[in-house]
Ligand binder design. Structure first.
Ligand SMILES: *Cc1c(COP(=O)(O)O)cnc(C)c1O
Length: 433
């Protein structure tokens, strides 16, 4: 992949590079990057390719896209979308405005999330992988952590439970089998005098399911073994009752573990992501017993994994919406809760295109196989490349020879733009090869 950074000294640039670079001024990039594109084109013996190279460079930069896939938490599209902006202001990130003394960045959003899920305390780190790592480092380094062989999983993006546990310095004691593990397996490992068990760990099999002859202990069954139970629930569903949704829990949530219910069942700590079902920014939350959260906060790794004020402000915005019971203010839940009838009301904007029934999915490595009845529009033919190369890219899918956009993940404000793009794409005939 070509680099965005100039790696060749610019002093003895041939004039033609400069001229070519200046001819690219229509591409919205700083001049040094246009020079890179011009130079690469000349080096390839194809000066005419300079503009394409510059445009390709521009398209590698982070930019908004329209998600027409129906995958609500699309890993490639940044998981949960989040509306949050702030000015160039200072904040009281670490200033206690009451006393004027040094404050605590974890006293804001994390405390609100603890309140929202019934935990004594909580803290935030960069993502759930760091949350698990920090918990194990703080509570079990040099000691044993018991985990089921059925939960030594890879969550995606290289998060492998055994690796994270090893890096934390905790020793892994595996119990049970891939498909069946019982409370007695955990109890035996805890009672075994050869082990020094610091924590019992339960990891949600977020992105896959084992079906058939399976067995796994419930959270409540592992809560009274002695060592604290750490439940990595992953998705960040705060409360299975979904009090922030007017209609209560959607049926597709099924048996997804929730923070409040895991804590009620006896988990000493839960860990979860900020940008999956929580619908907030990328973050990892550790919530539960105050003494254990405190041990995590005091660990030196906590300093390395702490989020910045931008993330904490966005997390606070999200947590306040939960406490207000305002699911519509959390973009993920606003989209997830739309009924097919509500989606169909928007079809007027898509005149000339065909309505199709679609199956949206939660995505983001949560709820594998779960489908949410949804509504889409289709245009005959494969137009995904054309839609993706628009100034504001539209990410669509091809189903049965037609390009389909699922309305659930498209913001209503974008309906007119998506409709125009689909109509335009569908009516354009490809030039003969
Ligand atoms: C997604 C997930 C993780 C990793 O979360 P990140 O926020 O992506 O680091 C860890 N554990 C479980 C159970 C997950 O579902």
């Amino acid at each position: 992949m070509p680099s965005l950074v100039a790696d060749v000294p610019t002093q003895d640039r041939p004039p033609s590079v400069d001229r070519l670079a200046r001819s690219l001024a229509g591409v919205d990039l700083p001049h040094p990057l246009l020079v890179d594109a011009a130079r690469a084109a000349i080096a390839a013996g194809d000066p005419d390719s300079a503009e394409d190279r510059a445009r390709a460079m521009r398209r590698r930069l982070l930019a908004p896209v329209i998600n027409g896939t129906g995958v609500l938490l699309h890993t490639n599209l940044g998981r949960a979308p989040l509306a949050w902006s702030q000015g160039a202001d200072y904040s009281n990130l670490e200033l206690d405005l009451e006393t004027g003394e040094r404050g605590d960045r974890q006293a804001g959003a994390p405390a609100l999330l603890a309140r929202a899920c019934g935990a004594e305390a909580a803290m935030a780190v960069n993502n759930c992988a760091s949350a698990v790592m920090l918990v194990l480092a703080a509570l079990a380094s040099g000691r044993d952590a018991v985990v089921s062989r059925g939960e030594l999983v890879e969550i995606g993006g290289g998060f492998r439970v055994p690796d994270v546990m090893a890096w934390s310095g905790a020793r892994l004691v595996e119990v049970g089998t891939t498909n069946r593990t019982r409370r007695a397996d955990f109890a035996a490992a805890v009672a075994d005098g050869a082990n020094d068990v610091a924590v019992v760990v339960q990891v949600h099999q977020s992105n896959f399911r084992v079906v058939g002859y399976t067995e796994a202990p419930r959270t409540a069954e592992l809560a009274d073994l002695g060592p604290p139970l750490v439940a990595d629930i992953g998705s960040g569903l705060l409360d299975s009752r979904c009090g922030w949704l007017a209609g209560g829990p959607p049926p597709w949530l099924d048996s997804e573990p929730a923070a409040r219910q895991s804590i009620e069942a006896g988990a000493a700590l839960v860990t979860f992501s900020g940008d999956k079902l929580l619908g907030g920014p990328q973050a990892g939350i550790i919530a539960g017993r105050a003494d254990l959260v405190d041990a995590c906060r005091r660990h030196p790794l906590a300093r390395a994994l702490r989020p910045g004020s931008l993330v904490l402000a966005a997390l606070q915005h999200t947590a306040l919406a939960y406490l207000r019971g305002d699911g519509d203010a959390i973009e993920f839940w606003r989209m997830a809760a739309l009924t097919p009838a509500q989606l169909r009301e928007r079809l007027g904007a898509y005149e000339g295109l065909r309505e199709v029934s679609t199956a949206a999915t939660p995505g983001g490595g949560t709820l594998p196989g779960v489908e949410i009845e949804s509504v889409g529009v289709a245009a005959t033919g494969d137009h995904v490349n054309r839609l993706r190369s628009r100034p504001r890219p539209i990410i669509a899918r091809v189903v049965d020879g037609a390009t389909v956009v699922d309305l659930r993940t498209v913001h209503p404000d974008d309906d007119a733009e998506v409709a125009a793009a689909l109509r335009e794409a569908a009516s354009v005939t490809e030039p003969p090869a």
